[in-house]
Write a protein that binds this ligand. Structure first.
Ligand code: CIR
Length: 263
């Protein structure tokens, strides 16, 4: 339907964890050195969860010199037959998007951001008729405006949110698992922020990491180990698959970061 975000998840573009994973950017938890082998194991479990829900998982090799390269969500925003390719907001990550753009160029028209505009795909949450876009330490106004121009062509609106510097991305604190529904972490967003949604599942702040979900109809994939959030999803009529995410959380990454859906 024009003007409605397509939630189909036929193919996911992913990238192997970098052998330099121990050097991944980590601002908020940073309690120990991230472990490459453990992250690889979690990534395999994540791929298996996507495949179990019918997604074809396309995995590019790790990108030399980019410790965060497995977080492909940040490198492209897909809008119908167009891929918006941002300038990533962290200097150590800017450049990851080039090979993603090359890969996508076979199937998508590529729209590259002008210099000075920055955006991480992790600041874009897809809701039915709009993109929620976070203005954050990674995404600036020019980046959001560039995305908004392209979204307008597809009949999709953009609603901006201020993301405080203590939170990496907008997807760190919310997601939209099914039409009409938002999941959001308490203490980060307000009812007024999400007044457009028919239903909001509020996750208690101490389990806020679990507000980042990937869903297929009424089946939700969530991070493992968040008991209250799991109960809330079950109460809301979802069946639940969980994936161990601790090694990714260590570098501020959530479930959605590990893929960009491309069909
Ligand atoms: C970063 O700081 O850029 C990475 N360590 C984590 C990126 C997570 N990406 C995402 O939430 N979309």
């Amino acid at each position: 339907m024009p003007g409605t975000f397509d939630r189909s998840r036929g193919r996911a573009l992913t990238r192997e964890v970098s052998p330099l994973y121990a050097e991944a950017v980590s601002s908020y938890f940073n309690t120990r050195t991230p472990d490459y082998e453990a992250a690889r194991g979690s990534q395999e479990a994540y791929f298996a969860a996507l495949r179990a829900h019918g997604t074809e998982v396309v995995t590019l090799p790790a990108l030399e010199g980019f410790p965060d390269c497995s977080f492909t969500e940040d490198t492209a925003v897909i809008l119908d037959d167009r891929a918006v390719i941002p300038n990533l907001g962290h200097p150590s990550r800017d450049g990851e998007q080039d090979s993603i753009a090359d890969f996508l160029a076979d199937d998508f028209e590529i729209a590259r951001m002008p210099r000075g505009a920055t955006l991480d795909g992790g600041d874009v949450v897809f809701y039915d008729d709009r993109f929620l876009v976070g203005l954050s330490t990674r995404t600036n106004r020019e980046g959001a405006d560039f995305l908004a121009e392209h979204a307008k062509d597809s009949g999709v609106g953009v609603q901006l949110f201020d993301v405080p510097a203590s939170t990496l991305h907008l997807t760190t604190v919310c997601s939209s698992p099914r039409p009409g529904t938002m999941v959001a972490a308490e203490g980060h967003l307000t009812e007024a922020d999400l007044s457009f949604a028919e239903e909001v599942i509020w996750i208690p702040e101490e389990e806020g990491y679990a507000a980042n979900t990937i869903a297929y109809g009424d089946r939700v994939i969530m991070a493992d180990g968040y008991k209250r959030a799991r109960e809330l999803f079950l109460d809301a009529g979802f069946s639940v698959t969980s994936v161990e995410m601790e090694e990714f959380r260590e570098v501020d990454a959530s479930l959605t970061c590990l893929s960009v859906f491309i069909g």
